[in-house]
Structure formats: structure tokens, C-alpha cells
Design a protein around this ligand. Structure first.
Ligand SMILES: Cc1ncc(COP(=O)(O)O)c(C=O)c1O
Length: 499
């Protein structure tokens, strides 16, 4: 449909007179995505930024197409054709899950209705639904009736929010200056903890990392030593951040021991369960989170292990009263008198103002599938990761770091001989070459200064055959590097696939 005359923009507004256009546009969009998903025979096309950037740069944003179908055709070329598809069983890279259909339905509904969850008067039932889900999640954690929380954009924001509350509590209790505040986490903790400390104006030395054991779990003895050292140095530990599901190793810090140390030192315990929160609905593995109920705050990322589309995360606190540290009452939006009258304004608890009704996705997931079904999907990927570990551990081509209680696998190809730099370069090359082929996507990381490859299994559709096939592909690329490319390189730099 084209609208050549002046005032032609009106039909694009979504309202009672344009619902037919809305139906058609949404159906067309859904159809494109459905076809892409149905036809995707690999997780990625292997496109390089150099090839794609000119196509996007060439589009004249001043000249609209006036047509949904034409815009979707163009989108095929600049996005859908080359997107990275997390639903594909050989996408094994980062903490991106395939998503469940009830959540996609929620996404479509929430963006069309477009509630904003800052205030009751912009959301009504949306606010109450979010509150029910916070209550439900707090119940799964094992918090008592005083618990509360709020949905956030992701684990990074949830961690920042929790540490803001911890800092304010430390100021209130100890009156400590920011430069004396410390946050203790493990070597395997997420970088967002350090980012949060920076944003909170703590000094460059504020985050102290303590060592992990062979399974990459925080050592309680090292934590005890650090707590003691800080106390003797006149420093105030404002929070210990334990991780329930470290990004690289899926390791879960020993929560009961850490909770005991925090309780006896009077220190705020934050549990970053961005990844491990899927265990909250696991019937077989919930016990791995034992001790989480003793935390002061918890991060959960439904968009990692609850099969939810980005974004869907929450921060929860054992004592809801602490959320007041993030509150600000603006006359135009949420004046104090509203709080006094009990009007539920979530902005009183959130770092954001205008905020998506992301909770609706989880709501529809629970209402259609139920929590056990989500837990079963997560249990399946954890099972698959255990089988994959056994596969790699028995394969002489590879060396594996540790057995994850969740669903990651960190390993590397070991060339039959050669310096350790050769192994580094071969693994770096293998990862890149595999992504360029598009046949599979895997991640990488460093362990003790050496380059490793990483699988993050979050797709129950990934079979052990898929894993074995990707291992063969990686070994093939790595050995090709050793045989053909390394002799040509001076070893000062790995040969890049796109260079
Ligand atoms: C343990 C952990 N915490 C926090 C985050 C940050 O979460 P987000 O990417 O949702 O901001 C991640 C992301 O991978 C994570 O693995």
C-alpha cells in the first residue's frame, strides 16, 4: 500500500481504525521469520562485517519504501539472511537460549499494548502481573514474605542494582567512605561486578577477587582470609558476590559456606544466579542452589535459562524495604502521596523509569507450559553437557578443563606437538574458521593465560551427534592451521580467517 498524499502517515498509527493493517503487517513479519527459521540449515551464514556493512550503509534512510513487504524484503538482505540463529542446534556459543513460543506471544502482545511499568497509571494489570512473578520467583528462591524485587533489562543491570542497595546499606550501617568500600567476588565472577563498582563511584581497587578451586568455585577459606584482611585494614566489605553459574565454567560457588561467612561478618551477600536460575524450576537439580535463600539479593536472568527472549531479568531482595535506596518521588509521576496511599508504582523500586512489560513473556510461559516444563528443558541441556563432557574427556585430540554442574564445556584442541603458542593460535583459528563456515558457532575464553574453546549448551534440540560433529569440525580447522598455516605465520599473530 502506498500513501503518496500529504498526511499519509496516519494509517501507520496503530489504533481502532488500522487493526487490519496491523494484522497483515504482523502476519507478514511472522511468516518471514517462520520461513527463515524453517529453512535455516546452519546457525550463521558466516558473513563478515566487511561484507555486510556496505549493504546497510547504502540504504537511504531519507527515502522510505512505504510498504511493509518491501521493507521486509530489504530486511531479509540486511539482517534476516545473516542473523545468528540461537534456535539452531549447532549454536553452542554464548548464554543465548532458544526461546519458547508462549514467550514470543507475550513479546508481540506487550509491544503492541506498550504498557510502561513505571507506574500503575501506565500499566494497571501489568504492574500486578510483574509483582506476582516477583513474589513467585522469591518463593522459588526460598525468601520469606518480606522479599521483593523488580524486573530489569539484564544481569548487568540486576547486579548493578543489587550493589547499589548494598552500598547504601553499608553507608547507612558503617558510614563508610566510598574509597574504603570493597566488593569480594571470585576470579570466575562476571565482569559486570567490576563495571557496577565503577559506576557506583567506588575506587579502582574496590573489587577484590579471591581464588577458586579446581572446579572454579570460590574457595571459602580464601573468602574468610579476605574478609579478615579487609577488617584488619579498616576496609568495609559492602558485599560478597557469589556466582551460581559462572559464565565460563557454569560453576556454582559453595553458597551455604559463603552465606555462613557473610552472616558472621555482617556482610551483604549477593548471589549472581543470572545463569543458574534455571535450577529454580528443576525438579532434579534444585538442591544445587541450596543456600541461595540466605542471600540478601539475587540476580536471575530469565533470558538465559528460562528460554525467554531478551530482555527478561530480575533483581530480588530478601528484605523489600532496602529497595527504598533506589526510590525517587517525582511530582509529575509518582509523588510520595501515591506511595502512602499504597498505589503500586514499580518506578519506586526500579533504576529505570519507562520500562517494558517483559514480565508478560514469563507470565504466558508459566500459564501455558508451567514451571516444571521449563525446568525439564533446562535439565535436558545439563544432561547433554554431562554427556558432552564425557565425550571430550575421552577424546585424545582435546583437553577439557572442568566438569560443569550446568551446561558449559571449556576445552581446547591439543596439537600433537609444538609450542603452547601454537595450541593457542590453532584454537583461535579454529573458532573463527568455524564461524566463517557458518556450520556451527562456538565461544572462546582464556584459562590461566591460554586460549580455550567453549560450548554453552542451552538448546535441548542439540544432540550428542551435533556435539561430536562440531568437535570434528573444530579439530579439522585446528589441525589445518597447524599443518598449512602455522608454517607460513611468524607466530607473532594468529592468521585471521577474514584477513
Ligand atoms: C554470571 C553472569 N552474570 C551476569 C551476566 C550479565 O547478564 P546480561 O548479559 O543479561 O546483562 C552474565 C552474562 O553472561 C553472566 O553470565
Amino acid at each position: 500500500m502506498t500513501y503518496p498524499h500529504a498526511g499519509a502517515a496516519r494509517p501507520y498509527l496503530f489504533n481502532d481504525r488500522t487493526v487490519e493493517g496491523y494484522r497483515r503487517a504482523m502476519a507478514a513479519g511472522t511468516e518471514r521469520v517462520a520461513e527463515r527459521i524453517r529453512r535455516a540449515d546452519r546457525p550463521f551464514s558466516g558473513v563478515s562485517p566487511e561484507r555486510l556493512a556496505p549493504e546497510i550503509a547504502a540504504i537511504d534512510l531519507e527515502r522510505p519504501l512505504h510498504d511493509h513487504a518491501a521493507a521486509l524484503d530489504e530486511l531479509e538482505r540486511v539482517y534476516l539472511r545473516d542473523a545468528v540463529y540461537f534456535h539452531h542446534p549447532r549454536y553452542l556459543a554464548h548464554l543465548n537460549c532458544p526461546v519458547v513460543i508462549p514467550a514470543l506471544l507475550g513479546e508481540a502482545v506487550l509491544s503492541a499494548v506498550n504498557s510502561s511499568l513505571d507506574t500503575w497509571d501506565q500499566s494497571a494489570g501489568g504492574t500486578l502481573i510483574e509483582r506476582r512473578l516477583i513474589e513467585w520467583t522469591a518463593g522459588r528462591i526460598g525468601f520469606g514474605p518480606a522479599a521483593d524485587g523488580v524486573f530489569t533489562s539484564g544481569g548487568t543491570q540486576s547486579n548493578l542494582h543489587a550493589l547499589l542497595l548494598a552500598r547504601e546499606e553499608a553507608h547507612a550501617i558503617a558510614g563508610a567512605a566510598s574509597s574504603r568500600l570493597r566488593v569480594i567476588t571470585s576470579e570466575a565472577g562476571h565482569f559486570s561486578v567490576r563495571k557496577a563498582a565503577n559506576l557506583l563511584g567506588l575506587g579502582p581497587d574496590a573489587v577484590v577477587t579471591v581464588e577458586t578451586d579446581a572446579d572454579r568455585r570460590m574457595r571459602p577459606a580464601a573468602l574468610a582470609r579476605e574478609l579478615d584482611r579487609c577488617r584488619r585494614a579498616g576496609l568495609v566489605v559492602m558485599a560478597v558476590v557469589a556466582t551460581a553459574g559462572t559464565t565460563d565454567f557454569g560453576s556454582i560457588d559453595p553458597l551455604p559456606e559463603i552465606a555462613r561467612l557473610c552472616e558472621s561478618a555482617g556482610v551483604w551477600l549477593h548471589v549472581d544466579a543470572a545463569y543458574g536460575c534455571g535450577l529454580l524450576v528443576s525438579r532434579r537439580r534444585r538442591h544445587l542452589l541450596d543456600g541461595i535463600e540466605r542471600a540478601d539479593s539475587v540476580t536471575v536472568d530469565f533470558h538465559k535459562s528460562f528460554f525467554q527472549p531478551v530482555s527478561s531479568s530480575a533483581v530480588l531482595v530478601r528484605d523489600g524495604a532496602v529497595l527504598r535506596h533506589a526510590a525517587h518521588h517525582a511530582d509529575y509521576l509518582n509523588p510520595r502521596r501515591m506511595a502512602e496511599r499504597g498505589i503500586p508504582n514499580q518506578v519506586d523500586k526500579s533504576l529505570q523509569t519507562t520500562r517494558r512489560f517483559d514480565a508478560l513473556k514469563l507470565w504466558l510461559t508459566l500459564r501455558v507450559m508451567g514451571p516444571d516444563a521449563v525446568g525439564e528443558l533446562f535439565d535436558e541441556v545439563v544432561d547433554r553437557a554431562a554427556d558432552s563432557y564425557a565425550l571430550v574427556a575421552a577424546d585424545p585430540r582435546f583437553e577439557v578443563v572442568t566438569r560443569s554442574p550446568l551446561s558449559t564445556l571449556v576445552f581446547r584442541y591439543l596439537p600433537p606437538e609444538g609450542p603452547s603458542k601454537l595450541a593457542d593460535d590453532a584454537n583461535l583459528y579454529a573458532r573463527e574458521a568455524l564461524a566463517a563456515s557458518g556450520e556451527a558457532v562456538v565461544a572462546g575464553t582464556t584459562v590461566d593465560g591460554r586460549h580455550y574453546l567453549k560450548f554453552t549448551l542451552l538448546n535441548p534440540e542439540t544432540t550428542l551427534d551435533d556435539v561430536a560433529h562440531v568437535l570434528d569440525l573444530l579439530a579439522g580447522h585446528a589441525q589445518r592451521y597447524v599443518d598449512d598455516l602455522a608454517p607460513l605465520a611468524d607466530h607473532s599473530e594468529v592468521t585471521h580467517v577474514h584477513s
